[in-house]
Design a protein around this ligand. Structure first.
Ligand code: SF4
Length: 304
């Protein structure tokens, strides 16, 4: 199999576009798409710009940090920070934290962390052990968003960059469709603005399929080992993940189509929402409801 751009041996075939790529052209194309998303999603200021990169230590966020440093690292009016949330999941977070710290040291990027223990006085492991019926990710997702926001505010960031790839993004769109959650669909990142107290989130990898992120990571020696969260199997989105992967296999381009559908729906919905946020009456964090999702989940599990 030859590269569609030159005569070299291809290392990757993108079925959704019919293109084959050698290493050089695969990496060039990868970088071009990340640059395109950055141009689309970020409004750079003439003065100072600060981006907090949500670094879990996994392949997606590690590739994101690597790429942002490569693309934006030379800008004199831009600073990158890495922010890591420690959920308190033994055997997982501790190992990923080591990878995150190593990568930041290698790239020379300041790294700040905050744990659920510090913020909520409880860890994910404790939540799961105290409430056997809890769906771990339903607690963890909203908690992580709040902690991430706090970390981004602490470094005065204009944006939080998340390593969400095409698979993740299209799954989120589908989850919102299945739940009929138009509010959440309208509020999906990337954000061009956010409510007061919330740092806008950007998703520079959202048009890149997971397997391409994985290949890029392998080619660049960014992240070799794969460690999964022990609660991953209980995630609600696993069924959607399987359905979408199956559809993509049989109909290449499905994930792009779903992500495009999400963009157009979001744009249409945005015309009809006010975007007004209020403050949670328990913890005071910004939220669209009377009680934020973190407090609602903890209350339901009798943990507050
Ligand atoms: Fe949290 Fe779920 Fe992700 Fe584990 S898989 S880190 S519980 S969101």
């Amino acid at each position: 199999m030859e590269c569609s751009r030159c005569n070299s041996k291809a290392i990757y075939s993108a079925r959704y576009s019919g293109m084959n790529y050698c290493r050089k052209h695969f990496e060039e194309n990868f970088e071009k798409r990340v640059k395109h998303e950055i141009r689309e999603q970020v409004r750079f200021k003439q003065s100072r710009n600060r981006i907090a990169v949500a670094l879990s230590g996994g392949k997606d966020s590690s590739v994101l940090l690597f790429m942002l440093q490569k693309i934006l690292g030379e800008r004199r009016n831009l600073e990158l920070f890495a922010v890591t949330v420690d959920e308190g999941i033994a055997g997982y977070r501790d190992k990923e934290m080591i990878s995150a710290t190593k990568l930041c040291a290698l790239l020379g990027i300041e790294h700040v962390t905050l744990s659920y223990r510090e913020k909520y006085s409880i860890t994910m492991d404790e939540i799961v052990s105290r409430d056997a019926d809890a769906i771990p990710c339903s607690h963890c997702g909203p908690m992580r968003r709040q902690v991430m926001n706090q970390l981004a505010l602490s470094v005065d960031a204009d944006y939080i960059a998340l390593g969400i790839n095409l698979d993740d993004y299209s799954q989120s769109v589908m989850m919102n469709v299945i739940k009929g959650d138009t509010d959440r669909m309208a509020r999906m990142a990337p954000h061009d603005q956010s409510g007061s107290g919330l740092v806008p989130r950007i998703l520079p990898l959202r048009k890149i399929p997971e397997k391409e992120v994985m290949l890029f990571a392998m080619l660049n020696g960014i992240k070799e080992d794969r460690i999964s969260c022990p609660y991953y199997a209980r995630a609600e989105r696993n069924e959607v993940r399987e359905i979408l992967s199956d559809l993509e296999e049989r109909h290449p381009g499905t994930m792009y189509a779903v992500s495009k559908f999400g963009d157009s729906t979001k744009a249409a919905l945005k015309l009809g929402i006010s975007g007004q946020l209020t403050n949670c009456r328990i913890c005071g964090n910004p939220t669209e409801y009377e009680i934020c999702s973190v407090c609602k989940n903890l209350e339901q599990s009798n943990l507050i």
